[in-house]
Design a protein. Sequence first.
Length: 150
Amino acid sequence: MSEFKVKLEWKPDSEDFSYKNYTRTHQWIFGGGTEVTASAAPEFLGKAELVNPEEAFAASLSSCHLLTFLAIASFKKYIIKSYKDETVAVVEKNKDNKQAVTRVFLRPKVEFSGEHIPDEEEMKKIHHKAHAECFISNSVITEVIVEPVL
């Protein structure tokens, strides 16, 4: 078993605590000491220039897929030159009519180097296994759709 801890800190920036006026800006402090200034998404009165929970959720799924993909590829003796993903999280009403991240699209594009390069079918298999083994995607009810750019 492993545990991962994050501290969250928020303080008001004014005495006006009305819904439209309180600050959404807050700090995430991770176990290793990294601090991230976060906010709500602009649609929810946050600051566009700061990371928001919806983006962080998408990033955690994308990151987990990447790390699992890299592990599988390394065991198969592939050499990866680059990996890029343009992830999209969709927020909409779910089946219970509640706002939710209902789908996350992962669109990884992987470049290999060396003589041992997987064909499209093998790439799909590696992505499928990476998705199946990613413990973040195994932890959520959101539909995660992997659409590799081949």
